[in-house]
Design a protein around this ligand. Structure first.
Ligand code: SF4
Length: 198
């Protein structure tokens, strides 16, 4: 009952009693096809513009000439699977599975397969941000630590250390998880867990 109410309000996808509900009822099938065709056309224009060109034979053979392979490990969990990172002019440009790694033996989970994105993604956060008047704004580390620290201490003073829950993330490395656990212990609470269990 509750689930069907949520689905209805969110316009979610559901197949029930032989009836299909579209993802977004406002976008009819015809509109969706028009949008798709327009997107494909624009992509085609971009692909054939002067921004791109065919790779020459040497580039096809080795697109990152002079690059070096650096053996490293995935930091997403304690398994420590092997990664072969390709570095070109100081930039991590590609990654391969380290086929002969003694732990992973040529295997990766999906997190490890995208480890390079944690470094090169344009969405990567490089400094603290704060929502000011509804807009995300860069702030200094000093400001972030002071403001968050003051708020935490106020909560602790009012309701005690167990008023807080520390939640780990699948994007947290083994070392960061260790630090989180230590921080919770020094804070005085056992309220710490990993998002995968919640
Ligand atoms: S590839 Fe997956 S299993 Fe291997 S270390 Fe990374 S997160 Fe852990």
């Amino acid at each position: 009952m509750a689930i069907s109410r949520i689905r209805k309000s969110a316009g979610d996808s559901a197949v029930g009693a032989g009836r299909r509900v579209t993802l977004n009822p406002k976008v009819a099938r015809r509109s969706f096809l028009k949008i798709s065709a327009a997107t494909a056309a624009l992509t085609g224009v971009a692909m054939t513009s002067k921004m791109t060109r065919k790779a020459n034979a040497a580039e096809k053979k080795s697109p990152y000439a002079g690059s070096t392979k650096v053996r490293t490990i995935c930091t997403y969990c304690a398994v420590g699977c092997g990664i072969e990172a390709e570095v070109h002019n100081g930039v991590w440009v590609r990654q391969e599975i380290a086929a002969d790694h003694p732990v992973s033996r040529g295997g990766h989970c999906c997190k490890g397969a995208g480890a390079i994105d944690m470094v090169t993604s344009p969405k990567r956060m490089k400094n603290p941000m704060k929502k000011v008047n509804g807009k995300w704004t860069n702030i200094t580390w000093d400001q972030a630590i002071t403001e968050i620290g003051d708020k935490l201490l106020a909560i602790r003073e009012k309701d005690g250390p167990d008023a807080l829950h520390f939640n780990g993330s699948a994007k947290v490395s083994t070392e960061m998880a260790y630090q989180q656990r230590k921080f919770a212990a020094f804070w005085g609470s056992n309220n710490i867990d990993h998002q995968a269990r919640i």
